[in-house]
Design a protein. Structure first.
Length: 582
């Protein structure tokens, strides 16, 4: 008892004692960061050791857990959770953006397309219409859209002639189509959803700035995502309380919490992916003719949302084709709906650019899928690493938490659901790495729609009589990640590179050449070496955590846990410092 308490007090006091003895310049950067600007981690670690030491034999969580288990399956609990997520999501959008004509980042483009769809029933943003048309004009616009689609289809069988003086690029990621219209490179699938929200908002709250409508729509997407995640967890694990914890972990993770309220394809994907898995996996959920048509349409619609979801759509289509206990007639309807929707997205590209392929219009995505590094290059491998450990968007800290989940719980799922979920994670991971072909550092935000997969594995382990060390490790990592999430949440632009705000002092910056800031093989090699060190260290830690389930020394656990965390940090600090070029 005294040994454990002494360990906790020593760890808590360490950063305050060190400040009077050494300076940041005398220490490896990661250690310097943890002793000075990042001292909250060590304080939190010491507090965990102290609380664990005092209450490990006196504190029983059986009663509150039993109470939560009794109320979590009830309807009031579900409704309350839905309302809480809705409120938190709405609060997450800054007030100035609720009252603005456009959000930050890429969102002005999405909003411009959405307004064009609302006013003109097309994605051509060259029109200056400012009022929603009446029913007769809307009918004319719809008729024109149908005729345009007919003409584009008939043009497939004719040679396309591009005038020699045609200027494609009109600036700000905008192209001029063959027929003279102006189109943003972003596809119109997400703006079409936004346009519906804008239309409802104008009818319900006229004369208000459009930001409030979009904020309400994104809040609803968040809440519905939590609902679908909870249902998915319930169907697989049959654990209401674990499902609630699982939803909280996902929605509070940095990629979702920081970027999820923005107008990104990943925001709506976090809703679509769990919804599709629930309907396509081998489960008791029956898939009838109507469900097959809707599911096929939604998978095809992924191509309308963003071309980077092309491979993901292919995976979901394959899952639908091999779905067990599904009639051939139902599968035929599923394939038909998917093919029609996917073909229409290609026809849209063809109508604008004359090229019958996604990269015909989406030049930026063409760089990613066609011009990206080959899978045998150092650049592609470094992109894989950065997609997981996070060159951007704050996954650097949550990666150990997710990796811990994979290592400890993947074996606890039935084979088919585990393979389906892991396949989705790997496909999005590869897509995120490919994205590195056109951006400085692969945005970990692309991983946000599949953050629920390793989080689900982790929750299964924590609910399955996990050792106290594993629980304490998960809590510590989550608290640290929450600190970084909080620091990034105040300014969306910080998620372009969280290291900027974390390591402003050169003496505490363990990554002076930040991931993605250099396109040299030497930089990619260093990234891979550091990733190998991180994964090897965490793999050894996971082995010890698993062994502690068999050899659990409860009286010495708090002290052993505290010193073990410090040893892990020291190994990473010295290793990363040694691998960083001078």
């Amino acid at each position: 008892m005294l040994k454990n308490l002494a360990t906790g007090v020593s760890i808590t006091a360490l950063p305050f004692l060190a400040s009077g003895v050494v300076t940041a310049a005398n220490l490896p950067p990661l250690v310097a960061y943890l002793l000075f600007p990042g001292r909250n981690l060590l304080v939190c670690l010491g507090a965990i050791v102290i609380v664990w030491s005092i209450f490990q034999s006196r504190l029983s969580l059986a009663a509150p857990i039993s109470f939560l288990e009794s109320v979590s399956p009830t309807l009031p609990f579900t409704v309350l959770g839905f309302v809480v997520i809705l409120i938190v999501a709405f609060v997450r959008v800054p007030q100035q953006e609720k009252e603005a004509q456009a959000f930050g980042g890429d969102e002005p483009k999405y909003l411009r397309i959405a307004f064009s769809i609302l006013r003109d029933t097309d994605a051509d943003i060259s029109s200056g219409r400012t009022e929603t048309p009446d029913l007769s004009l809307r009918f004319q616009q719809t008729r024109n859209l149908i005729l345009t689609g007919r003409d584009a289809f008939s043009a497939l069988f004719k040679p396309v002639v591009v005038p020699p003086d045609h200027v494609w690029d009109v600036g700000n990621w905008t192209v001029r189509g063959l027929h003279g219209g102006m189109y943003h490179l972003q596809p119109p699938g997400l703006p079409a959803i936004i346009a519906v929200g804008l239309g409802i908002g104008e009818a319900v709250l006229p004369e208000r700035d459009p930001g409030i409508y979009v904020a309400a729509l994104l809040s609803l997407v968040w809440a519905l995502s939590g609902w679908q995640l909870w249902l998915l967890s319930q169907e697989i694990a049959r654990d209401a309380l674990g499902s609630a914890v699982f939803v909280a972990i996902v929605l509070l993770s940095a990629p979702v919490f920081v970027g999820g309220y923005q107008l990104f394809p990943e925001s709506v994907s976090l809703l679509i992916f769990p919804w599709l898995i629930r309907r396509l996996r081998g489960s008791e959920l029956k898939l009838g003719a109507g469900g097959a048509l809707i599911t096929g349409f939604v998978i095809g619609y992924l191509l309308w949302i963003h071309p980077k979801l092309t491979v993901v759509a292919g995976l979901f289509a394959f899952m639908g084709l091999i779905r067990p206990r599904t009639a051939r007639r139902v599968k035929a309807l599923f394939v038909t709906a998917f093919a029609i929707t996917a073909f229409s997205s290609l026809l849209y590209c063809f109508h604008i650019s004359g090229l019958f392929r996604p990269e015909g219009l989406y030049i930026r995505q063409a760089e990613e899928y066609v011009g990206s590094p080959n899978p045998f290059s150092l650049r592609f491998l470094a992109g894989l690493v950065k997609a997981l450990i996070g060159g951007r968007d704050g996954l650097f800290i949550f990666a150990p938490l997710f990796l811990l989940g994979f290592m400890t719980a993947a074996r606890k799922l039935p084979l088919r659901p585990m393979l389906e979920m892991l396949s989705l994670f790997v496909v999005v991971w590869l897509t995120s790495a490919v994205h590195d072909g056109a951006s400085l550092g692969s945005p970990a935000r692309l991983m946000a729609p599949v953050a629920f997969i390793p989080a689900f594995f982790l929750v299964l382990t924590l609910r399955d009589k996990a050792s106290p060390k594993l629980v304490a490790t998960a809590v510590l990592l989550f608290v640290l990640g929450s600190q970084i999430t909080d620091s990034m949440a105040s300014d969306w632009r910080k998620n372009v590179n969280p290291y900027r705000s974390m390591f402003t002092n050169p003496a505490t910056n363990f990554e002076p050449s930040l991931p993605g800031n250099s396109f040299s093989n030497q930089a990619y090699g260093v990234d891979l070496e550091k990733a190998a060190l991180i994964f090897a260290t965490l793999f050894v830690v996971a082995i010890f955590l698993n062994r502690s389930n068999k050899f659990d020394r409860r009286e010495t656990d708090p002290a052993r846990f505290g010193w073990g965390v410090l040893a892990t940090v020291l190994v990473l600090a010295l290793g990363l410092h040694w691998l960083t070029p001078a």
